[in-house]
Design a protein around this ligand. Structure first.
Ligand code: SF4
Length: 207
């Protein structure tokens, strides 16, 4: 079972398997926990030192970037990912956070100012063009309000660090409306291909 693994020139770190969302397009909602050949279904959550050491063992200098990702929401362990991100950046590595953009909502405070010291860029899951669709695609305890919170996160975070919004091109999703929303938020949109989550393993699931 892996907490750090390479994929396509990027070194990925998985600080938790917990999520705020239960995305219908996510393979783990269908019992599939393998990403790029790595089983991410571990129970214990790594400490900052364990995460850093796991990255070091794979020699991050060999990769173009280190990315905090799932199968889980990295900012559920905000202090850990901030610490490890800062240490990796201090060692000269490019670091990206892949997130649901709900950290401010969960924490009850604006955490976006803390991101710039730990990450070179942040990818935020926009998931949908509106709150209702978001809540359908990504059931969560906040319902449609989570979408507004993710949009607020993007608006605030981009003042501190480069932000990219992402969507999974799920069947029936109004992609032009997603593009329009990203444009109105002032960030680029990265459209990720949809895979049948019952069969496949779309990567970077946390965004
Ligand atoms: S897609 Fe990401 S945020 Fe959604 S359930 Fe899967 S791991 Fe969690």
């Amino acid at each position: 079972m892996a907490i750090a693994y390479p994929y396509d020139g990027v070194l990925y770190l998985a600080p938790t398997r917990r999520c705020t969302l239960a995305c219908t397009f996510c393979p783990k909602q269908h019992g599939r926990w393998t990403v790029a050949g790595n089983d991410l279904r571990w129970d214990l959550e790594p400490s900052a030192d364990e995460l850093f050491d796991a990255a070091q063992a794979l020699e991050p200098a060999r990769f173009r970037q280190v990315a905090f990702v799932g199968l889980g929401e990295p900012t559920l362990r905000l202090a850990v990912v901030l610490e490890v991100g800062r240490r990796l950046r201090a060692a000269g590595h490019q670091v990206r956070l892949v997130t649901d953009g709900l950290a401010c909502l969960r924490e009850g405070r604006d955490v976006t100012g803390e991101l710039a010291s730990a990450f070179d860029e942040v990818h935020v899951s926009l998931n949908a063009p509106d709150g209702e669709t978001y809540a359908e695609l990504c059931p969560n305890q906040y319902g449609a309000a989570a979408h507004a919170a993710a949009c607020d996160f993007i608006r605030t975070a981009k003042q501190h660090v480069p932000v990219v919004a992402t969507v999974v091109a799920a069947p029936g999703l109004d992609l032009p409306a997603c593009r329009q929303l990203a444009e109105s938020l002032g960030v680029p949109l990265r459209e990720r291909p949809w895979f049948d989550p019952r069969l496949g393993e779309p990567h970077e699931s946390s965004a």
